[in-house]
Unconditional design. Structure first.
Lengths: 374, 300
């Protein structure tokens, strides 16, 4: 009995510690894949958010209240992301939630945020279904119908590729959606998809799919997956003697892509939210500040994290109060916010309407090719 | 036809990877009748030891067969030591208890290694340094063969023969077979059973370590959970070939590699893992002893 009492006492104590918050602070939750297969997604986004919060706090916070970020790791698993967001909302009582990068994980989180009427802002989940789950779910990035359209047009018009193959990750909502949208635009504009192969996240051998693709002689291969697998796919494609360019989406954006893919990934293209070569003052300043704190050049996901945090704090500043509906309404009014990744205006479906850039992978990094406006 | 032949080559190389892991699995079972579920995780540790030792000795600056052998040596010695510890700490105290206890302990050891690996190395995938770079791919027309994969296949076959030799032609092997027959009788005959069991584990773990380095080289992505699936597939291969039989493990592994390759190439990748476990179920129903297995009469 004594032990039980002791246990209860500790439990109550720890609970009270968790729910304790200074009234002078605003708690904001973040869920991200700080470890796992897509670890750079989580760490980059976290750095971006952290940088934005530091800047806001240095300038006096949100109406005099300091921002405090609470980050939980989901290890890249949707079920962990759902648990994490529930914990943040019910135990820590955060005002708003930032996250996730991957659409599969945002899709697991959104119903919970919606149920508790807590505003959730995803920096870079591009699958259209994410914000359809409720009116408390927002994002600051473009969506996959646009991204798929961009890559399809790029393949047809710039690369002059009329026949492509697709290799999609069937375990991943983002990948499946993007592959479908790419196919739609590509076929509508006179292209042919020769073969549509699939793999599952976590696989390491892709030779059988690539052999089947090689037999059809495509002019490009669209692989809307995440960087870890794409790196291995590129290597095995080149080993099999496939020389055509590989195309992808923002899931490729990681310094690890080049590390795993090596020279095999060079001369391939992907669509992204921003280019570090952009010379606009916001981007130059952001890169400078980021380098000062973290010592590396920010990737697109860091930029998205930064923009998401800035958009959220701005909405908090002008909101009538920080309760659920007020913050939601204030965030929905975001218009022409000049972010690092372009002008952000949230539309009626709570998505941002923005332009995309296309980057080419070369020996010394990701090189800017072109910008495509919606 | 070209596509078909390429699939065969790919399947052989995938199968040889499973074979490398399956050999250690099946040997430990053959001698001790213990399914060492931690084998796949020792394989993972082998890959990590290979990665860290190549970084430590800066082997990727001078990619050659020599560098590969250094990394292989480090991983094999490291894994043998780990195998020794696992046996001593986890399995030896349970030597006299029912077999199911040891089996469950093996699952526990496996989980322990996986999650301490996440703690120790971090859960994100690491890049395995290129310590050996074949200059060109061999190609016959449009048929492409990666020399690296042929090295893996050759290593698997050589190790298989070395194992056969050790088990059937050496003193150690004779002692192993004696222990496998009966622990008590073997010790009555003056065989140091504890030592023999230890060496069996060390040998099996060293094999897993070698597999780790070679797999890291072919698929340069290492992470703490990388041993789970290949470990299970190797287990299926071993059962398919007749668990306990060294030749059977290699044959089973190559069969499984080819089957997966054709399934994914001509049908759908979604069924890749289902196939392996489907085979396991069918084998257990219709021929539990596997392709090369002999029926064992057990006294109950």
């Amino acid at each position: 009995m004594k032990i039980l009492n002791l246990f209860l006492a500790t439990a109550i104590l720890s609970l009270s510690v968790i729910s304790y918050s200074d009234s002078n602070e605003i708690l904001v939750g973040e869920v991200g894949s700080l470890t796992g297969n897509e670890a750079t997604f989580g760490t980059s986004t976290h750095n971006g958010i952290d940088l934005a919060f530091r800047e806001v706090n240095k300038k006096g916070g949100v109406n005099g209240r300091m921002l405090k970020l609470l980050t939980l790791d989901d290890q890249g698993k949707p079920e962990e992301a759902a648990l994490a967001v529930k914990k943040l909302i019910t135990q820590t009582k955060v005002t708003a939630v930032l996250g996730e990068v991957a659409s599969s994980r945002s899709l697991a989180m959104a119903p919970i945020a919606q149920r508790y009427k807590v505003t959730m802002l995803s920096p870079s989940s591009t699958n259209p279904k994410v914000t359809q789950l409720g009116d408390y779910i927002f994002r600051v990035c473009f969506i996959d119908p646009f991204q798929g359209h961009v890559m399809a047009k790029f393949a047809l018009d710039t690369l002059k590729a009329k026949k492509v193959a697709i290799l999609r990750d069937v375990k991943n909502d983002y990948s499946v959606g993007l592959a479908n949208f790419f196919t739609d635009t590509f076929k509508k504009n006179g292209g042919t998809v020769l073969v549509d192969q699939s793999y599952s996240a976590g696989d390491i051998d892709f030779k059988s799919q690539l052999t089947a693709i090689r037999a059809k002689n495509p002019e490009a291969i669209f692989i809307p997956g995440y960087y870890t697998e794409v790196g291995l796919i590129a290597r095995q494609a080149r080993e099999l003697g496939i020389k055509v360019p590989l195309l992808g989406g923002d899931g490729w954006d990681s310094p690890k892509l080049k590390e795993i893919g090596g020279s095999a990934i060079e001369n391939s293209y992907f669509s992204n939210h921003y280019s570090e070569e952009d010379k606009s003052p916001q981007v130059v300043e952001f890169i400078k500040n980021y380098k000062e704190v973290y010592g590396s050049v920010p990737d697109g996901l860091a930029a998205m994290g930064y923009d998401a945090a800035k958009v959220l704090t701005l909405a908090m500043t002008r909101a009538k109060s920080l309760n659920g509906p007020d913050l939601r309404d204030s965030l929905a009014m975001t218009k022409d916010f000049a972010g690092v990744t372009g002008k952000i205006t949230l539309d009626k479906s709570r998505n941002a309407v923005k332009s995309a850039v296309i980057l080419k992978i070369t020996n010394d990094g990701f090189k800017y090719q072109t910008t495509i406006h919606p | 036809m070209l596509e078909f032949t390429q699939h065969i080559i790919n399947g052989l190389s995938l199968g040889s990877i499973y074979a490398l892991i399956a050999l250690g699995y099946t040997m430990v079972f053959g001698i001790l009748q213990l399914i060492n579920f931690a084998h796949g995780d020792v394989f993972m540790l082998g890959a990590f030891i290979g990665m860290y030792s190549s970084r430590y000795f800066a082997l990727d600056r001078n990619p050659s067969l020599g560098s590969l052998f250094i990394a292989l040596g480090c991983a094999m010695i490291g894994c043998a030591a780990i195998g020794f510890c696992i046996e001593k700490l986890a399995y030896r105290p349970l030597r006299k208890s029912p077999r199911i206890n040891i089996l469950i302990t093996a699952v526990g050891v496996s989980l322990f290694l996986e999650f301490s690996g996440q703690l120790l190395f971090g859960a994100d995938p690491k890049f395995f340094p290129e310590i050996y770079k074949p200059s060109v791919n061999w190609s016959i027309g449009e048929l492409v063969i990666n020399p690296l994969q042929m090295i893996v296949l050759a290593t698997a076959l050589i190790l298989m023969m070395v194992l056969q030799f050790i088990i059937f032609k050496t003193r150690l092997g004779r002692a192993m077979r004696a222990v496998s027959f009966s622990h008590e009788y073997a010790s009555l005959m003056g065989i140091a059973t504890d030592k023999i069991i230890s060496s069996t584990f060390m040998l099996g773990s060293a094999l897993a370590g070698a597999a780790g380095v070679l797999v890291g080289l072919v698929y340069p992505k290492v992470e703490p959970l990388m041993g789970v699936m290949p470990g299970l597939k190797a287990f299926v291969s071993a059962v398919l070939g007749g668990i306990g039989n060294v030749t059977g493990a290699a044959v089973g592994a190559i069969t499984l590699g080819l089957a997966e390759e054709f399934l994914v190439g001509y049908w759908a990748s979604t069924y890749r893992d289902a196939l392996a476990f489907g085979i396991l179920i069918l084998i257990l129903i219709f021929k539990p002893t596997g392709i090369f297995g002999v029926e064992r009469i057990e006294k109950v």
